[in-house]
Design a protein around this ligand. Structure first.
Ligand SMILES: Cc1cc2nc3c(=O)[nH]c(=O)nc-3n(C[C@H](O)[C@H](O)[C@H](O)COP(=O)(O)OP(=O)(O)OC[C@H]3O[C@@H](n4cnc5c(N)ncnc54)[C@H](O)[C@@H]3O)c2cc1C
Length: 327
């Protein structure tokens, strides 16, 4: 039995690691140069920037058990802080007992751990899949055809799985055409004092979340600046502005932060990234099973979007598929 998994994010690598553990041959195809997907860490010469998920939570008992296991291995740690809530006049601390976890030392450390024993073909973008007699074939964007797979598992966001699987299966009809909101992510390396207690801020309709990356457990310190921040612009704002925005994001983000922190940070470096598919749009949670399986064709679609749109959902979706198809 040989399984092709498309995508090396949390869902794809959870599935691949589980299949590997069960002795099933698995090949992962990932368009990027490394693992993580939306658990992304960008390495700049001035710092390691977690530009996607900033932390994750574990609500189900099943994921809590897995998280504790990863914690024992040192791949994750709790990020303990009191979140602040932004308002026009500044910030207010908010009571909150949510347990938050981060990768150690970077967010994508978890997927790097999962990827360690797997056969992963990076920089391989799959542009289509096709069933021929008893096997699946995958087409790459460089016109190569990869043959001989018994199962194919797509882990792409619903919107991208739709184009990948067009004509391949009845599953297509279940995939929503639009479910994710975009997000502009902005990293700022700053010089100047900021209140030590402020590590995470729930924002407003311009900036919805701020992490002080430099306050995370076991972060590597950057040189030449005091702090590293990650700002996520709100979904509505990011949608209105779009990828081609003419707004100076660094200027907008820095002014927003300075106003809320009531300080005068200087920006020494910045980096921006547009996520076309970030979180699930409000009111758009899907009413579907955690994994979509076409058993006769041996095709499955999994991903965080099927489990609520967060990292935990990616793990649970993958485990649901493994139990539905391979046990
Ligand atoms: C800005 C932002 C903030 C977030 N904040 C949080 C948070 O605080 N907490 C939380 O729990 N979650 C958060 N999330 C959501 C969380 O990161 C995702 O839900 C989860 O990581 C998605 O995992 P996945 O495996 O389903 O998909 P992905 O991580 O998207 O994995 C899919 C993979 O497929 C690859 N791929 C795509 N197309 C192709 C192709 N054609 N061929 C080959 N490979 C392909 C992609 O490169 C990617 O690696 C956030 C996401 C973003 C973007």
């Amino acid at each position: 039995m040989k399984v092709a998994i498309i995508g090396a994010g949390i869902a794809g690598l959870t599935a691949a690691a589980e299949l590997n553990r069960r002795g099933i041959e698995v090949a992962v195809f990932e368009k990027a140069r490394g693992s993580g997907g939306r658990l992304a860490t960008r390495r700049c010469d001035w710092g390691h920037l977690d530009i996607g998920a900033q932390y994750f939570t574990a609500h189900s008992e099943r994921f809590q058990r897995q998280v504790h296991h990863w914690q024992k291995l040192g791949t994750l740690a709790r990020w303990e802080f009191t979140p602040y809530k932004a308002h026009d006049g500044g910030l207010t601390a908010s009571a909150d007992d949510t347990l938050r976890y981060v990768g150690i030392p970077d967010m994508n450390s978890l997927t790097r751990y999962l990827a360690a024993d797997l056969q992963i073909h990076y920089q391989t973008r799959i542009s289509g899949v096709y069933r021929r007699a008893t096997e699946w074939c995958l087409y790459t964007e460089t016109d190569e055809t990869l043959r001989g797979f018994d199962w194919v598992v797509s882990t792409l966001p619903a919107e991208q799985s739709r184009s990948l699987l067009s004509d391949a299966s009845d599953i297509l009809a279940a995939l929503p055409a639009h479910i994710h909101d975009p997000c502009w992510a902005l990293a700022l390396a700053t010089r100047g004092p900021a209140p030590a207690a402020v590590q995470g801020i729930f924002g407003d309709r311009t900036i919805s979340w701020v992490s002080r990356l430099s306050s995370r457990p076991q972060r590597r310190a950057g040189t030449g600046y005091d702090d590293l921040w990650m700002l996520h612009f709100a979904a509505g704002w990011s949608r209105r502005e779009g990828k081609q925005t003419g707004v100076d994001l660094a200027d907008t983000g820095l002014s927003w932060l300075n106003q809320r922190l009531q300080t005068r940070l200087q920006c020494l470096h910045h980096y921006r990234h547009y996520w076309r598919y970030a979180g699930i749009a409000a009111n758009d949670e899907v009413d579907l099973a955690p994994s979509l399986i076409d058993a006769p064709q041996q095709l499955a679609v999994i991903g965080a979007w099927l489990g609520g749109g967060r990292v935990e959902g990616g793990y649970l979706s993958a485990m649901d598929m493994i139990e539905g198809c391979f046990i």
